[in-house]
Design a protein around this ligand. Structure first.
Ligand code: 3PG
Length: 396
């Protein structure tokens, strides 16, 4: 971590990998959480006297320059959040970068290099590219946990060419995630929601061996219910996964993990806000022309009771079609219960994944969770129990 560096970094050039892959609308970022997350690292390095060169990807340009995907698109948002002027450098290696470092940036100044993915060597983790970038710095800091599932030149390769450190955001993510699944206080509950089992199979397989309570929500719950022989009408459901899901449930049984499926559900004949056909029923009473769109109130109450018996919660994915009212009710209610238990000090709650963060924010619960990860794909891969290459490279 940055604690392993000397206090005075004057004369050092820190290459800092951050995640500036921000959601954009009309040319500005709609959410700057990721910038806020890396602010402490940037500030600390700059105030300890280092020249700071920020490296980041933006979108998926596939190895080609594109003006719309230049990191210059986000520099205004980054400057606003960091509260300091940042120099844009339209390259990631070579004479332009060398000149900026030697003649323009002073100690404590910050530069932002262009989109690392404009160079094909980035995604190929080409050691020649990593070496060329490394030539401009004296140390490497990775503060982009949310890109650590990618073995790219600036997320993994650089660590082989320079002394490598975890930034403050990376450090906080790893600490929180370890507290949730590495060495958690038990019992542990996991909420896994979202539309499809197929995208989260590896997560489920890993969790049944790790947690005591596995709470299934969203469209995924329909697939689990169908595998138990429940008629889910015209609900979103991956019927072909029934045997896989049955195997996961058997495995959970064998490993002492209780899989929680809803008793009651909210259904409608069409998916729209507050539809006329809206009703709540027992899972065994879903009609052929109805679809399940949320968990019912009894299910939520039962799940709240489960959380009250737990010490740790890890949450990924909404429980219902939360973007459309009233199908946000179960997610909102359970998120608020988790937030309240966290505030009381009886629960350590960690959540991550794009949809999840939006759902918890919608519930007004985010600020009370113990930790909300800035990661989407990386959070899921971590929930699968995978070693993330960007993290592994720091541990060498
Ligand atoms: C993200 O937005 O989750 C990260 O920045 C990773 O982006 P990617 O999925 O394009 O690698």
């Amino acid at each position: 971590t940055l604690d392993d560096l000397p206090a005075d970094l004057t004369g050092e050039v820190a290459l800092v990998r951050v995640d500036l892959n921000l959601p954009m609308k009309d040319g500005s970022a709609t959410d700057v959480t990721r910038v806020e997350a890396v602010k402490p690292t940037i500030f600390e390095l700059a105030s300890r006297g280092a020249k700071v060169l920020l490296l980041a990807h933006f979108g998926r340009p596939g190895g080609q320059r594109s003006s719309m995907l230049s990191t210059s698109m986000v520099i205004g948002d980054v400057e606003r959040v960091i509260g300091k002027e940042i120099m844009f450098i339209p390259e990631i290696a070579g004479p332009v970068v060398a000149q900026a470092v030697s003649s323009i940036l002073r100690d404590g100044d910050i530069g932002l290099l262009d989109n690392t993915r404009f160079w094909p060597g980035e995604e190929k983790n080409d050691p020649n590219l990593a070496q060329a970038i490394a030539a401009h710095g004296t140390l490497y800091v990775n503060d982009a946990f949310s890109a650590a599932h990618r073995a790219h030149a600036t997320t993994e390769g650089l660590a082989h060419f320079l002394p490598a450190y975890a930034g403050r955001s990376m450090e906080a993510e790893l600490k929180a995630l370890d507290a949730a699944l590495g060495t958690p206080e038990q019992p542990v509950a996991a909420v896994v929601g979202g539309a499809k089992v197929s995208t989260k199979l590896a997560v489920l397989e890993h969790l049944v061996g790790k947690v005591q309570h596995l709470i299934i929500g969203g469209g995924m719950a329909n697939t689990f219910l169908a595998a138990r022989g429940v008629n889910v009408g015209k609900s979103l459901c991956e019927h072909d996964l029934a045997p896989t899901v049955a195997r996961i449930m058997d495995e959970a049984d064998a490993k002492g993990c209780t899989v929680h499926l809803p008793y009651d559900v909210v259904v409608a004949k069409e998916f729209a806000a507050n539809p006329a056909s809206l009703r709540t029923c027992n899972v065994h009473e879903v009609a052929e022309d109805e679809m399940i769109l949320d968990l019912g109130p009894q299910a939520v109450e039962a799940l709240a009771d489960v959380l009250k018996t737990c010490r740790t919660l890890v949450w990924n994915g909404p429980l219902g079609a939360f973007e459309t009212e009233p199908f946000d009710a179960a997610t909102v209610a359970l998120a608020r219960t988790a937030a309240a238990l966290t505030l009381e000090g009886s629960l350590i709650s960690v959540a991550g994944g794009g949809d999840t963060v939006a759902a918890l924010a919608h519930a007004g619960a985010s600020q009370d969770f113990t930790y909300i990860s800035t990661a989407g794909g990386a959070f899921l891969e971590w929930m699968e129990g995978r070693v993330l290459p960007g993290v592994a490279a720091l541990e060498v």
